[in-house]
Every structure is written in structure tokens, then in C-alpha cells.
Ligand binder design. Structure first.
Ligand SMILES: [Zn+2]
Length: 286
């Protein structure tokens, strides 16, 4: 086993795991953010303990690769201090309370960093994807839900409660066709998420609502770039064009030129992000 207090040596890699509601993806990623190996397995629906066991079995497949640390992207709110699942929806039954960091550290012998999956995706894009080269990057994820995260100077901002950059619960001036994850109908997620768009059938309108919300949000956060990812964003130009047009029509003049760019790492983003977070955690201990 490698020691955790020296810089990455040539050939050293970081393991990454992306735990989803239907599958667990794993990868080996080098220090430059390049994926060198991928694996996947179906997610057990029988509780957190079985999910962790499946993760360990999947990681066993990497054999004797010189793995330096493990990064995990997982659903739910992750306590940044303990790496435990503070709360989670029913996307993964029995997931809340699972001690992801400590349990996986014990079973793999590796230093482990755990972060919410959307935040892992955001970090991957900010460091090695569409946001690379920008100092402060706001990530917006539009898929089954709406998520967000802020990376500044190569560091993911957690905030006091692990929600910095989260934008699902911004108030919007209308009632969405589906409830936000929190239950309300007048939140951004209730209007802009994939299920909301499917129910209302109006992609340009949803894009415009997001664009207007971003106009206000960028006045608060003032990032150098906005990266838009997630399943809805990947669906293409009609959505992203509507986001950009509404944003530029509403934003304060100094903010209008802020680049709004599509994510480019696809499903690798949370894996790359988790691996780079694990690497960053190692670096901060040196
Ligand atoms: Zn909400």
C-alpha cells in the first residue's frame, strides 16, 4: 500500500466510484484527470451495507494497480466532516446514515474522500472538463433534479452545511408541474427538471426560467463561467440556447458576457471529479 503523505509518483492512480440509483460505476483516473479503467455493477436495492459491499467487490477488479486514494460520489447530503450520508431521498433505499468514508477506508485500506454525486460531477467539469482554466466556476446540473456547485481556485466550496451552489430551491414566479425534491411547486426544480419539462412539454420555456434565475444568481456569485450539465442539458441546443438568451436579456450588463458552456465529460464527470477530490485531499495533508 502506498503512503498518503508524498506527492503522486509516476504511474500512481486514484480510484473513483459513482454510486447511482441503478448502477455503481468505478474508474481508475490518473493525476491529470484521464480515465484509465472503467467498471460497473448494478446497485443493490437492499440497503447501504449491501451497496458498500458491492463497491468493494467492484474495486477488487483493479487488481494490484498502484492506487493512491479513493474518491466517492454518492447521492444525498454528505456530511463533509465525517463522510457519512446525512440525509437521502428514496433514490437509494436505506442509504441515509451510511458511514461511507469510514467503512470504505477500513475495507480498502485507502484514504477515502466522499462527496455528493452532483458535486463530484461539478468538480470534474471544473477541473478537467468545460470549466478548466476558469478560476470560479458555477456548475448547473439539470436532469432528474436540478443541482449545482461552486468551484473556486480548484477547490469545491462546501459552505457551512454542504449546500453551497445548490440552486434547486430558488423561488421562481410560477407553479411547476411536478414538486421540487423538497415538496414545493414554486422552486426552480419544479419547473426546470427533466420530469417537469416532460410534463409541461415546453423546453424553451424551461430554459428561459433557468436563464432568468441564473441572471440573479450570477449577481450574487459572480463566477468566471457557468457549466451546464446533466441529462436535460446534454439533450442539446434548444435548451441551452434558451438558457443563454434569457440570461443575457436579464443579467446586469457587466455579467452578460459570462460564458455559459455545456459540460463535456459526460458520464465520466463524477468519476473524474471524485478522483481529483481524493487527490486534492491527499495534497492538503502534505
Ligand atoms: Zn425545493
Amino acid at each position: 500500500m502506498t503512503t498518503p503523505h508524498t506527492p503522486p509518483a509516476a504511474g500512481e492512480v486514484f480510484a473513483a466510484v459513482d454510486i447511482g440509483g441503478t448502477k455503481i460505476a468505478a474508474a481508475l483516473v490518473d493525476a491529470g484527470g484521464t480515465v484509465q479503467w472503467r467498471g460497473r455493477v448494478a446497485t443493490p436495492r437492499t440497503g447501504g451495507e449491501d451497496v458498500l459491499a458491492a463497491v468493494v467487490r467492484l474495486l477488487d477488479e483493479v487488481g494490484d494497480a498502484p492506487v493512491r486514494a479513493l474518491g466517492v460520489g454518492a447521492p444525498g447530503v454528505i456530511d463533509p466532516g465525517t463522510g457519512r450520508v446525512a440525509s437521502a431521498t428514496e433514490v437509494l433505499p436505506g442509504w441515509a446514515g451510511t458511514p461511507v468514508r469510514d467503512a470504505l477506508a477500513e475495507r480498502t485500506g485507502l484514504p477515502v474522500a466522499v462527496v455528493n454525486d452532483v458535486r463530484a460531477m461539478a468538480y470534474g467539469e471544473a477541473r478537467a472538463g468545460a470549466g478548466a482554466g476558469y478560476h470560479r466556476v458555477l456548475h448547473v446540473s439539470v436532469g432528474t433534479g436540478v443541482g449545482g456547485a461552486l468551484t473556486t481556485g480548484g477547490r469545491l466550496e462546501h459552505g457551512a452545511h454542504g449546500t453551497a451552489g445548490e440552486m434547486a430551491h430558488l423561488l421562481v414566479p410560477e407553479r411547476g408541474p411536478v414538486p421540487c425534491g423538497c415538496g414545493r411547486r414554486d422552486h426552480l426544480e419544479a419547473v426546470v427538471s427533466g420530469p417537469a419539462i416532460a410534463a409541461a412539454g415546453d423546453v424553451p420555456h424551461a430554459g428561459a426560467v433557468l436563464g432568468r434565475a441564473l441572471a440573479g444568481l450570477l449577481a450574487v456569485l459572480d463566477p468566471d463561467a457557468v457549466v451546464v450539465g446533466g441529462g436535460v442539458a446534454q439533450s442539446g441546443a434548444p435548451f441551452l440556447d434558451a438558457v443563454a438568451a434569457a440570461f443575457r436579456a436579464e443579467a446586469l450588463p457587466p455579467l452578460r458576457a459570462t460564458p455559459i458552456v455545456p459540460a463535456r465529460l459526460g458520464t465520466d464527470a463524477p468519476l473524474v471529479g471524485a478522483a481529483l477530490l481524493a487527490m486534492s485531499a491527499q495534497g492538503s495533508r502534505r
